[in-house]
Design a protein around this ligand. Sequence first.
Ligand code: MLT
Length: 382
Amino acid sequence: MSSPSEIPAGLADVPVAKSAISIIDGKRALLSYRGIAVEQLAKDSSFEETTWLLLKGDLPTQRQLADFHHELRQRRKVHYKLIEVIKNFPATGHPMDALQCSVSALGMFYPTRSVSDNAANWEASLRLIASLPTLVAAFARLRRGELPLDPHPDLDHAGNFYYMLFGREPSPSVRKVIDACLILHAEHGFNASTFTARVTGSSLANPYATISAAVGSLSGPLHGGANEEVLEMLSEIGTAANAKPWLDAKRAANPSFKVMGMGHRVYKVKDPRATVLQELAERVFAETSRPAKYDVALELEKQCIPIYGAKGVYPNVDFYSGVVYSSLGIETDIFTPIFAVARVAGWLAHWLEQLNGNRIYRPEQVYVGNTDVPYVSLDKRP
Ligand code: MLT
C-alpha cells in the first residue's frame, strides 16, 4: 500500500495506459500524431486528413479522404429540435457549458445502442466531429440575436466553421490559419480532458456522454480555459511597454506568481504548438493588421524567459492562440469551444483505442480519513 506522500499529485509522470496516438518529447519540443510531426501536419495537411490519421492510424488514400469529406458534410446539420434546445439556453451562459449540454443532447437525437458495434462507433464519431462546429456557431449566433446558419456545402471543415460563425466565407489565408489551429489542437496525449474521455468511455458510456464529459473537463482554466485568461491578462497589461512593470508588480506582490499561458506539465521548453502558432499569427497579421496584444505577448515572453526559463517555464499553446483568434474577430469565450472542435478528434481516437481491450478505470485510494467513529444520535448532538 502506498503512503499519501508517495502519490504524485495530479498523477504526474504516472503511466496509466499504453497508447499509439501521439507522442510528446517535452525536453526537445517534439509532438507527433501517429509518428508525423505536428509542424508538418499544420503546414501540409488539413483538419479532416489529420482527424482521419488520428482515428485510423494512417494517412488516408485520396479516395478515403474524399469519402471522409463527404461523410462529414452529410452530418454537419443537426436536428432542428436541438437548435430549439439551444435557443432556450441563457444568452449569458458560457459557450462551453452550452456546448457540453448540446453534445449530451445530440446523443438523445442520434442514440447509439451499443459501443461494441464498430459501424455505430464510426457513425457516432463522424456525427460528433461534423456537428461540433454547428453547435458552437449556433449558440454564438443565437446569443448575438442572430439566426443560426445552415452549414455551407462547398466549404471544408475550417472554412464552414468560420462561415457558420460570421455568415461570410473566410479568405484563403484566414481559412488556412483556422485549419492549422484545429490541427495543432487536435491531440495531446493524456491531458485532463482526454483522460476524462477515456475514463468515461471505459464504463461503456455512449460516445456523446463521453465527449460531453471531456468538454466539461476542457472548460477549466487550468486546461482549455487558459486561453481566455491569457487574453484577459494581455488586455490588463495594455501595452508592450507596460509588460515589465506589470510583471515586476505582480511578482513583488506574490513571489510565486504564475503567468497565464506559461508553463506546461510536459514541456520544459517552448511548446512546439506555440512556435507554429506564432508563425501563423505573423502571416495572418499581414492581412488583418497586427494587434497590439501580440506585441504585448512578445514583450511579456521576453521578460519572462530570464525569470522562469531556468525552471522550464515557457509559453504553451494558449499563450498565442487567443491573440490569433481575437485578430480574426472571434469572441474571447469562443476560444475554448474552438479547442473542443479540434480536440474532439483526439478524444474520439482515444475513446476507440480505450474500447479496444477495455477495462473500466478503477484506481485505488490511500484512505486518510477517520476510523472507528462512534455514531452519536441526533438528540445527543448540540
Ligand atoms: C493540451 O493540449 O491538452 C494541453 O496542452 C494540456 C496538456 O497537454 O496537459
